[in-house]
Design a protein around this ligand. Structure first.
Ligand SMILES: O=C[C@H](O)[C@H](O)COP(=O)(O)O
Ligand SMILES: C=C(OP(=O)(O)O)C(=O)O
Length: 443
């Protein structure tokens, strides 16, 4: 395949900022192109191999993090809390699924957001929509909402800081299995939802005690592989961070291990699909409820012509009320075609609604119902429910309703901190992990 990494420039790229100063953008892009990679191509290949195991039904993906990372959120506490929650979820899922859990953060690069409207109106004042810290500011002022190419550089540096913390936390003892399990025991004993999971937590405890007694103490108990991912929305940024791998001569987007194409930019003839067809990272595509099997198969042919397992993951986000109706024919036809793809479920983006207070929110029950539907559909077809993709934070925010502490719509204003869509808080995320574990065990 020819590696014209700029072929996308001839095509329509939706959701791109209207940069006021093209010259400044060109200067920033040139600077980005000279900066070191954030990840190595070999690490991307390792993730691809792990995702190939997911495709074969031998592993499960846990992908999650902020809807929109912010520059101010790149702190040691913020990153640690997110990692802690994700590791807690992973241990429960590993025990229940009896397969390795591939851990991927929506982290260290998730700074750009596609929006359904170009502008936002507040009290009769209309301003350009916030498009993520990589593009413009969240403050509702005309100055802040002007796209600023300098933000692409800040996104790069913020990603580097975050990745540095991620690597230190995951390799430096913080991910110790017994420690992570002890945090889960705290959740089970202290949270209102926890009671239900006592039995599962006890079993994990016994399994760990047994392995300890046997003297098993492998390196995997003390550190974990953790990968970064984001929606590669702003093509100038991801193109500037694409490098030719010296081992293979192939291009990799070294801004993250995995990148995905969003539901709003996945058209077959789009600039995004063209750009993704040229890079060699493992990639994802979000598929909403209007996706036809023909759309999915055309994407397979364009994005994974060699049918390489691990290269392509479909992240379905149908909505709780639609998944049981729409997902079966998609999975059935893609599978019948012999396409090697991993299927994972994003139970967030099809379940957003606006509360009377004006806050965007999601019901934990809808999220759980979509995940349950995902398992039901795959079980009925004999295919592998390969993972979940969620928006969450390790903090006790009040952005989604429901859960053990029963957040109701009137509570949303108490701690609503997301810069874009509502995230599950720590307790709701753990609740979800234990529920997915129950789904596995009920198989
Ligand atoms: O995270 C996803 C999208 O960016 C988000 O759902 C768009 O939200 P909007 O409809 O408020 O623009
Ligand atoms: C925008 C997102 O999702 P989708 O493309 O599925 O709407 C997202 O995951 O941030």
């Amino acid at each position: 395949m020819s590696n014209n990494l700029d072929s996308w420039r001839q095509l329509t790229a939706a959701q791109q900022p209207e940069w006021p100063d093209r010259g400044e953008l060109d200067r920033v892009v040139a600077e980005l192109a000279g900066l070191p990679p954030l990840v190595f191509a070999g690490e991307c290949d390792n993730l691809k191999a792990e995702l190939a195991a997911v495709t074969r039904g031998e592993a499960f993906v846990l992908q999650g993090g902020d809807c929109a990372e912010t520059f101010s959120g790149a702190t040691a506490d913020g990153v640690r809390n997110k990692l802690k929650t994700l590791l807690q979820m992973a241990i429960v899922l590993t025990y229940a699924a009896k397969v390795p859990v591939v851990k991927i953060g929506r982290i260290a690069g998730q700074f750009a957001k596609p929006r359904s409207k170009g502008t936002e109106v507040r009290d009769g004042i209309e301003l350009p929509a916030y498009r993520g810290d990589m593009v413009n500011g969240f403050d509702f002022t005309p100055e802040s909402r002007i796209p600023d190419p300098g933000r692409l550089l800040r996104a790069y540096h913020s990603s580097a800081v975050t990745l540095n913390l991620v690597r230190a936390f995951t390799k430096g003892g913080y991910a110790d299995l017994r420690q992570v399990h002890a945090w889960n025991q705290d959740f089970v004993s202290e949270s209102p939802a926890g009671k239900r999971y006592e039995q599962l937590a006890r079993e994990i405890d016994q399994a760990l005690a047994f392995m300890h007694a046997c003297g098993a103490d492998p390196e995997e108990f003390h550190s974990v592989e953790f990968y970064s991912s984001h929606e590669a929305l702003i093509l100038d940024y991801d193109r500037a961070l694409t490098r030719i791998d010296s081992r293979t001569g192939q291009p990799y987007d070294v801004s993250a291990h995995m990148v995905w194409i969003g539901e709003r930019t996945r058209q077959l003839d789009s600039a995004h699909v063209e750009f993704f067809s040229r890079i060699r990272n493992p990639i994802g595509v979000k598929l909403g409820p209007t996706t036809t099997a023909e759309d999915a198969l055309a994407l397979v042919r364009k994005l994974n012509p060699d049918n390489e397992p691990g290269r392509l993951t479909f992240i379905t986000r149908m909505g709780a009320s639609k998944i049981r109706e729409h997902l079966p024919s998609l999975v059935e036809k893609v599978t019948a075609d012999g396409a090697q793809v991993a299927w994972i479920c994003d139970p967030m983006h099809g379940n957003t609604f606006e509360a009377p207070s004006g806050h965007k929110t999601r019901r934990l029950d809808d999220v759980l119902s979509e995940v349950a539907g995902f398992f039901e559909v795959h079980r009925a077809l004999g295919t592998h429910p390969g993972g979940v993709h969620i928006e969450f934070t390790g903090d006790d925010v009040t952005e989604c309703v429901g859960g053990g502490y029963e957040i109701v719509e009137d509570d949303l204003a108490l701690r609503y901190e997301t810069a874009c869509d509502p995230r599950l808080n720590r307790s709701q995320s753990l609740d979800l992990a234990f529920r997915v574990a129950e789904l596995y065990r009920s198989a």
